[in-house]
Design a binder for this molecule. Structure first.
Ligand code: PHE
Length: 334
């Protein structure tokens, strides 16, 4: 009975192990021949049970040898060691990068090529880095421009509403020349719709050095829009941000070549893509940079908005639903 259990348990990893097993049980000097020899001296009243048991053992051992031999032979073929090397491989299911990552990486590549590095910072921020250092003191009405998710009040801890907070941190830790872009996730307490979400992504840029001018800003943004969209006409409309003076919104000339262009540009051909301006001297001072010596520009854009334009995506919510039918469509893009 013990031997039967052992036979049932046996597995062979190599043909050699299987052969050793066969010899042990079924070989000329194997266990089974010993048992058959012993059969003669078994008392008559036990002969029946003993005989049945050793027959069962013999059958089991033979079955095991045959089935393991077959498995080993098939195994070798599957490994392709002796099998058909020209046989096509099993198809591999490749994943794809998320469109937000794709567009973010494209933006990083473009600014890297003109000397910007990448800086990151925390998503949970204090009041100083998200507001006060950026020329938005307490009770400043412009704080209402960005509906904030507070985690704690007094002292205020919040989910950052823009990645300008990263630029504050960067200025606090580095002296000019500074050329950095800050991609990251930001949070605003807004109603979710097809065009806005309470979580989205930004890339903000900062350039500070001696003699940085508004002309530098415009040329940098023109270079970016050419590389990103293949469009070479931009315009800057006066605007307001507390941390830049002067400030502007950047429009690109998208054109009116088809119905989609007509719809997304509302018939004007122009499309707003980001905010920008010359860094306010107060902000530089707050961050330990001498505004008498240095000037700088900053800009900020939403990654979702740019991804929606590039890939003609009509609803921002698609980015966060993880529907594979949506995600699969970005397989061919690197
Ligand atoms: N921080 C602004 C926003 O979140 C964007 C911006 C950045 C505007 C830098 C001007 C300069 O909307």
């Amino acid at each position: 009975k013990e031997q039967i259990a052992e036979v049932e348990r046996f597995e062979a990893a190599t043909p050699e192990a299987l052969e050793a097993f066969r010899i042990k049980y079924l070989g000329r000097n194997g266990l089974l021949n010993d048992f058959f020899a012993a059969f003669k001296s078994v008392p008559n009243d036990q002969k029946k049970v003993f005989g049945q048991t050793i027959n069962e053992l013999k059958n089991k051992a033979e079955e095991k040898v045959n089935s393991l031999r077959e498995a080993l032979e098939n195994g070798v073929e599957q490994l392709g060691v002796y099998g058909d090397l020209t046989r096509p491989a099993e198809p591999v299911q490749l994943g794809s990068r998320h469109p937000i990552s794709l567009v973010k990486n494209q933006i990083i590549d473009i600014f890297s090529s003109i000397g910007f590095n990448v800086s990151e910072g925390p998503e949970i921020e204090d009041d100083w880095h998200n507001f006060t250092a950026l020329n938005l003191p307490e009770y400043h009405p412009a704080r209402d421009m960005q509906d904030t998710f507070f985690i704690q009040t007094n002292p205020d801890i919040l989910l950052r509403t823009h990645t300008s907070s990263v630029q504050v941190r960067y200025m606090e830790g580095n002296q000019p020349p500074i050329r950095t872009i800050s991609p990251g996730r930001v949070f605003r307490n807004e109603a979710v719709s097809s065009r806005s979400h309470c979580i989205f992504h930004q890339v903000e840029g900062l350039y500070i050095d001696k003699d940085v001018s508004f002309a530098d800003l415009k040329q940098t943004l023109l270079y970016f829009t050419k590389e990103m969209f293949g469009k070479s006409k931009i315009r800057l409309r006066p605007s307001y941000f507390p941390f830049t003076e002067p400030s502007a919104e950047v429009d690109i000339y998208w054109g009116l070549n088809n119905e989609i262009d007509y719809r997304i540009t509302k018939g004007t051909g122009w499309l707003e893509i980001m905010g920008c301006g010359m860094v306010d001297p107060n902000v530089l001072k707050n961050c330990g940079i001498d505004p008498e010596v240095n000037t700088g520009f900053a800009f900020g854009m939403g990654i979702e908005r740019i991804a929606m334009l590039l890939h003609q995506i009509g609803d921002i919510r698609l980015f966060y639903e993880n529907d594979v039918r949506f995600l699969e469509q970005f397989k061919s893009t690197i």
